[in-house]
Design a protein around this ligand. Sequence first.
Ligand code: G6P
Length: 372
Amino acid sequence: AAAEKGGHSSFMEKEILEQPTAIASTLLGRTDAEGALVLDELRISEEQLRAVTKIVIVACGTAFYSGMTAKYAIEHWTRIPCEVELAHEFRYRDPVVDQHTLVVSISQSGETMDTLMAVKHARELGALTISICNTHGATIPRESDAVLYTHAGPEIAVASTKAFTAQITACYVLGLYLAQLRGGSYAEEAQQVMRELHEIPSKVETLLAGMDRVREIARFMADTRSVLFLGRHVGYPIALEGALKLKEIAYIHAEGFAAGELKHGPIALIEPGQPVFIVVPGPDTPHGLHGKVVSNIQEIRARGARTLVIAEEGDEDVVPFADEVIRVPQAPPLLEPLLTIVPLQVFAAELASAKGLDVDQPRNLAKSVTVE
Ligand code: G6P
């Protein structure tokens, strides 16, 4: 097993470091020489895809948060309404789905029973189904009309990391493909975004090379009882995923919130010394969201929170209110999640190992849950 971990302390550590390759492999071969997206593998006719009026993403766990992240980009690029739902909720609430609905399931294993049941239900209702999956020949892709594989390579650690960034990448490829297919103002932008996506693996590489301080913070925090995570826009699902990682492997109470929701409740939780991670939208994010989140940091800091701020390189606005600034390379706002999640994964893995826990095999959890 030590050899399989390639010298790393855990599979999770290894898989975190494999993300540049996982993202690059998921992008590979999905554009032609001119840079246009090609998804011949999809096996759903262009005509059918053009007729789609609604997208519903179904998934569980980390895959669900990848879907939540993708929704922002897919709606923006395609202008098709996109919902994201936990697979086990979708299945049992009489959802509105017809032959013009595209149900996109996301599953690393392709065997999650809750997700499989949602896909079967969607097909019964006449929907088109696409599986985004990391495991060749798994049940969910076989039960779907089409599959778009993530090429993250086998993921062994129970807590999902490289599959997550590969899932976001695959969803983005699908969204850009639909935008291209349907024409309109975002069709041209699609090739530009693909080029920007291709720059992400080397940015993740750079980011991973600078994680020493994050590891140090994690080790200092080994006795922490509770950590909060705030994010906005695409940073919101990243806050949720960051909290999930910590719950899963470090058994620490962790909760993610939408930063805008702070004043509607969660701010009551802030007391002196409470650690809070804040995923700050890049300064280019529309609607002044960057400034709004900086104000949130100021508000919680004034109430004694210990602010652990994840911000873009060059973003100086956060500095006065940050106890720690964790830098990520600059990227277009919708692509930032592929970077901002990385320090949160590293943090959770390092903290869990500092507590002496089995990072790869957390208690009570299974890699793939094949029962309802
Ligand atoms: C389990 C795992 C999670 C995973 C979820 C969905 O609960 O412990 O890490 O995110 O299943 O798995 P899937 O294989 O469908 O992506």
